[in-house]
Design a binder for this molecule. Structure first.
Ligand SMILES: Nc1ncnc2c1ncn2[C@@H]1O[C@H](COP(=O)(O)OP(=O)(O)OP(=O)(O)O)[C@@H](O)[C@H]1O
Ligand SMILES: [Mg+2]
Length: 393
């Protein structure tokens, strides 16, 4: 029997949201799938990112995150995950955003290697061009007075590139890394953990502009073409590797015009910021030109079909698991958690399904047999006693 609802019990309410499935956990947050009511009485599925208490309790971090998330919420573009809400609930900061049903790029690559299905180069190039489109849009944003907002993602990495089962590519977590940088008391591992896709200037703690994001997407493209991580090391990529930015030549795979493609990647990965692409747009332009002349054009539609063909079973299983979790909420009325032993002063109310939870019954809430059973027992005892006394000895 349950005497208290654990913090992580699902489904549970969290502000305006009903969280029903945990879909991820990163270095700074827990990610839940939730539902909320829309103004016209409908329901909307979305992702609620709960910032871990260690970060939520830092005033510096909270202020910076709120500033960044407000800017990110203004970004409305097909290649950027739309942020819909930001707030504080139960002493925890949270960000609500569009749910992208699919894989993040890290997961997709893991699935590809597990199933021994190579990701075709045209889809690798599609993932990178679509991400660049999102970056370019954000980098060029201006405020109402026409002043550039200077938005930089700062954490472009495979886990922040989401690939939907429809073949769309969306970048998430815009600007959140800046908030992390605002808190100088953060543990070193948090920063170190990001070294794998960091530009040398970021690793040196220098001022950053959009070219830092260009370097990061350059690493992603290098890795997609090489089929391996750029920076390796026993404890994972190190800040020192990011500072040195040594990029080995890419292996030859026999793609059309391959030297052009390699030159493009190396330009994005130039250690000298001045020699790098000056913007995401400049890189996008060169990459689109290469794709077109090399005949490696792909569309989200084709990518979606390829995903379905190779990972259809996983896709359907993911959908079913989500539907099962959602159905558990629809299954009926709220259930009451009933404690055993000494009753605590308050009973908690949760939704199904939680272990050891059973439907609340009217009356008789202390458990045990109904009153008529006691009455029958008393009558039987009395009758037996009377019979005993009347029996002649
Ligand atoms: N909007 C979303 N829709 C669907 N899945 C999401 C969404 N946002 C995040 N996820 C999933 O949750 C995982 C964890 O996200 P989170 O941002 O907490 O960690 P991370 O991306 O691994 O690390 P970090 O963002 O700190 O570099 C993601 O990798 C992704 O698989
Ligand atoms: Mg993330």
């Amino acid at each position: 029997m349950v005497s208290a609802v654990p913090d992580d019990a699902l489904p549970r309410r969290f502000g305006d949201y009903l969280l029903f499935d945990k879909i991820g956990e990163g270095g700074m947050a827990r990610i839940y799938l939730g539902r909320t009511k829309t103004e016209l009485g409908g329901e909307r599925l979305l992702v609620v990112k709960q910032i871990l208490p260690t970060l939520s309790s830092s005033e510096q971090f909270s202020r910076a995150l709120i500033d960044e998330a407000k800017l990110a919420a203004q970004l409305s573009h097909g290649n950027i995950v739309q942020v819909s809400d930001l707030g504080r609930e139960d002493d925890m900061l949270y960000i609500a955003m569009e749910y992208v049903e699919g894989f993040d790029l890290r997961e997709l690559l893991r699935e590809c290697s597990k199933n021994k299905v190579p990701l075709p180069v045209e889809f690798s190039l599609l993932i990178v061009t679509e991400t660049l489109r999102g970056l370019d849009f954000a980098h060029r944003r201006r405020d109402d007075d026409g002043k550039p907002l200077g938005l930089v993602h700062r954490d472009v990495s495979p886990s922040n590139v989401l690939v939907s089962f429809e073949g769309e590519v969306k970048l998430c977590d815009f600007g959140i890394a800046r908030a992390m940088g605002a808190d100088s008391d953060l543990p070193d591992e948090t920063i170190q953990g990001k070294a794998g896709y960091m530009s040398p200037e970021a690793a040196n703690g220098e001022a950053l502009d959009g070219r830092g994001d260009v370097f990061a997407i350059g690493i992603i493209l290098w890795e997609l073409l090489a089929g391996r991580r750029l920076y390796k090391g026993d404890g994972g990529p190190s800040l020192e590797q990011a500072r040195q930015a040594q990029v080995p030549e890419l292996p030859t795979r026999g793609y059309p015009d391959e030297e052009n493609l390699h030159a493009l990647v190396m330009k994005a990965l130039s250690k000298d910021v001045g020699a790098r692409y000056e913007s995401a747009q400049a890189m996008l332009r060169d990459l689109e030109a290469y794709i077109s002349t090399a005949g490696l054009v792909a569309s989200p539609l084709k990518f979606g079909e390829w995903l379905m063909e190779h990972f259809g079973a996983e896709i359907i299983e993911k959908r079913r698991a989500r539907e099962r979790a959602a159905k558990a909420i629809e299954a009926g009325p709220l259930l009451r958690v009933e404690p055993t032993g000494t009753p605590p002063p308050v009973t908690s109310t949760v939704h199904p399904p939680a272990a050891s939870v059973r439907p609340a019954t009217r009356g008789n809430s202390a458990g045990g047999a109904p009153p008529w059973v006691y009455l029958v027992v008393v009558l039987l005892v009395a009758a037996a006693a009377a019979a005993f006394m009347l029996t002649p000895s």
